[in-house]
Structure formats: structure tokens, C-alpha cells
Design a protein around this ligand. Sequence first.
Ligand code: DC
Length: 222
Amino acid sequence: MSEAPVITFDGPSATGKGTIAGRVAAMLGFHLLDSGALYRVLALASHRSDIEPDNGAVIAALAPGLPVEFNAGGGIRLHGEDVSTAIRTALVDELASRIAALPEVRKALLPWQRDFRRQPGLVAEGRDMGAVVFADAEVKFFLTASAEVRAKRRHKQLIDKGLGARLPDLLRGLRSRDRRDEQRSISPLRPATGAIEIDTSQLSIDQVVDRVMQSIAARRGG
Ligand code: DC
């Protein structure tokens, strides 16, 4: 049997990528990979084991044996503990961004990410899904939005979850992580060749999902 089809969503944080990828996966009946969650879980596990966030070799060695479970509702367990909220704190935002710049860590996460590819198909979202991890993806999207719009969206998400946050701090953190994502030497954040770019600043989630589904139908000859 040929390999399962993959649809990728890449772009900076808070562009709506996660929500859009989840909706599209549900509409197509495909599996979903939130690759940022893998970086986050690994960052949290390293932190809890007192590993320095620049120790790429030790962090990479931790990845293959990590007892992580994903459930269909988006919940994530580490050693049986629900860490869905613990991986979304400002500390883990920062640690995940730092470990994601380490070549050994990115390499260790490759097989783990590719393991999510199963029939009838996979929707994968992150930074380098289309460019590196699933370079042979059927349809690739690159979502963007202005930093201000993204900071406001992240602010609302955190407030809705009952987590405190200040907008200027969020904007500053987001800009500094964007810079790190864009400037790292390995897999820097940039659109994959052939990716369809969508600026979501002025669009609702529904509008983006509509455009995406139309593009998928056109590209897949549907
Ligand atoms: O999408 P996110 O904010 O949950 O991602 C967490 C961190 O992991 C972020 O700093 C970027 C990094 N990341 C990455 O480098 N490559 C990916 N495919 C996904 C996330």
C-alpha cells in the first residue's frame, strides 16, 4: 500500500494553525499531529529532570523513551499525568523555543513525528512540516498573521483558560521566539516550496477553513 497522504500547516504561533489543522483533520477524517506539542512535552520533561535547555545531546536522548500519550480530544499525558495545561505556560513557551533550535533535538524528533503518518491520512502542523518532516506532502499551507493580531489571539486564549497574561509581555515573547524560529540554522521557519500562503490577520477561522478545503479539493483533483 502506498504511504498515507499528508497535508501540512506551517507558520508562526497564534496564526490559528492548531484550530484550523484540527478542523481540517476532522473534516477529512485524517489523523492529526501537533508537532509543537512534542517540542513542548520534551521541554517540560527536560526541565523536570533538571537538564539544561542547551544540552542538545541529553535532551535528544530523552525523546525516544518518553512515555507520552495523545488522546483524540487533544489531551496529552506524560508518565500518565495530564500535562495539557502544563505545556502551555510562558516558561514552556520559552524552553520549547530554545530546545527547538538544537540540531540533535530536531533530529531526534524526526522519527517520532513521522510515526504519526497513518492511513487514511495525516494533517500535520508546526514550523517545518512541509519543508522537512513531510517534504512529500500532498498539499502544504503556510499561515501568517501580524504579530499584533497573534499576540491578541494568544492573550484571549490564555484568559479563556483562566491563565493570566499581559499583552505587551506576550507581544515581546512572541517576537523574540519568531526571531529564533526564523534565524536558527537548522529548519528555519519559512514556507516550503509550493506552499499555499494565507494571511489570516483579517480572516475568521471559518473563512480560513473554507479557503483551505477549496485548495485541498483543487489540488487533490476533487
Ligand atoms: O507551535 P508551538 O508554539 O506549540 O511550538 C512550540 C515551539 O516548538 C515553538 O517555539 C516552535 C517549535 N517548533 C518547531 O521548531 N518546529 C515544529 N515543527 C513545531 C514547533
